[in-house]
Design a protein around this ligand. Structure first.
Ligand SMILES: Cc1cc2nc3c(=O)[nH]c(=O)nc-3n(C[C@H](O)[C@H](O)[C@H](O)COP(=O)(O)O)c2cc1C
Length: 206
C-alpha cells in the first residue's frame, strides 16, 4: 500500500502556513492515491525530547539487549524509525526559524539518525541506508531567500540542513516548495501561498 509519512513541525496551529500547505498536499495526494495510507507525526505540537545520554546509548543496542529503562528511552525513536522506513513519500512541513529548522524537527533528525538503520560509516565514509523514497518539503519564511531577493545575503541554512539530513540517510529525491515573504504584507503572503499550492498541484501531477 503506498504510504505517506506526514510530518508537521510548526508549533502554531490554524494560522500555520506550513500546516495549511502540508494539509493541502495530503488532501490532493489522497485524491490521487485513494488506497494510500497516511502516517502522521507532529513534532510541532508534540516535539520529541532532545536526545539524552540514555537514549543515545539505547539507540546503539539491539532491542533484546536493552534493560527496561533503555527500552523505554528508545521507544519513541524506534517508533519514529519504523514510520520513516514504512514511508514511500515523506512530506515535511518546515517553518524557517533563525535561518534553519524548528528544534522539534531537529530533534526528529537526531532521533532517526540511527547507526545501522538509516546510516553507517564504512571504509568509504558515511553511507545512507534508506532507499527509494520521495521527500517533499514545504517551508514558510518571513522573508525572501531566493537568489537576488532582499534576504538572499542571509544564509538559507534551512534548505541546506534538511537536504543534508535526507542525503545523509540515503535519500536524494528531494523537492522543496517554499512559501516565502510571509512577514512582508498580506497580499505578498497570500500570493506566495497560492504559488506554493500551484507548485504542489504540479508536483503531484508529475
Ligand atoms: C522563533 C521564530 C524565528 C523565525 N526566524 C525566521 C528567519 O530566520 N527567517 C525568516 O524569514 N523568517 C523567520 N521567522 C518567520 C517564520 O518563518 C514564518 O512566520 C513562517 O510562516 C512560520 O511557519 P508557520 O506559519 O508554519 O508557523 C521566524 C519565526 C519565529 C516564530
Amino acid at each position: 500500500m503506498p504510504t505517506l509519512l506526514h510530518i508537521d513541525s510548526s508549533p502554531r496551529l490554524e494560522e500555520s502556513v506550513t500546516r495549511n500547505l502540508s494539509a493541502y498536499f495530503v488532501r490532493r495526494w489522497c485524491e490521487r492515491v485513494p488506497d494510500g495510507l497516511v502516517i502522521r507525526r507532529d513534532v510541532g505540537v508534540a516535539p520529541p525530547p532532545h536526545p539524552d545520554a540514555l537514549t543515545l546509548a539505547a539507540a546503539t543496542m539491539t532491542e533484546a539487549s536493552r534493560d527496561p529503562r533503555q527500552q523505554a528511552a528508545a521507544a519513541l525513536s524506534d517508533r519514529m524509525l519504523e514510520e520513516l522506513e514504512a514511508a514511500d513519500v515523506i512530506l515535511v512541513g518546515a517553518p524557517m526559524y533563525n535561518f534553519s529548522v524548528t528544534s522539534g524537527l531537529k530533534a526528529w533528525f537526531d532521533l532517526v539518525s540511527r547507526p545501522g538503520r538509516t546510516f553507517r560509516y564504512g571504509p568509504k565514509g558515511q553511507e545512507g541506508l534508506l532507499r527509494g523514497k520521495q521527500v517533499v518539503v514545504i517551508t514558510a519564511r518571513g522573508g525572501f531567500y531566493r537568489p537576488g531577493a532582499p534576504d538572499a545575503a542571509a544564509e538559507d541554512l534551512q534548505e541546506k540542513q534538511i537536504e543534508s539530513f535526507f542525503r545523509f540517510v540515503g535519500l536524494d529525491d528531494i523537492h522543496f516548495v517554499h512559501a516565502e515573504g510571509q512577514a512582508i504584507d498580506a497580499l505578498t503572503a497570500e500570493g506566495e501561498r497560492a504559488r506554493a499550492r500551484t507548485e504542489i498541484d504540479c508536483l503531484l501531477a508529475s
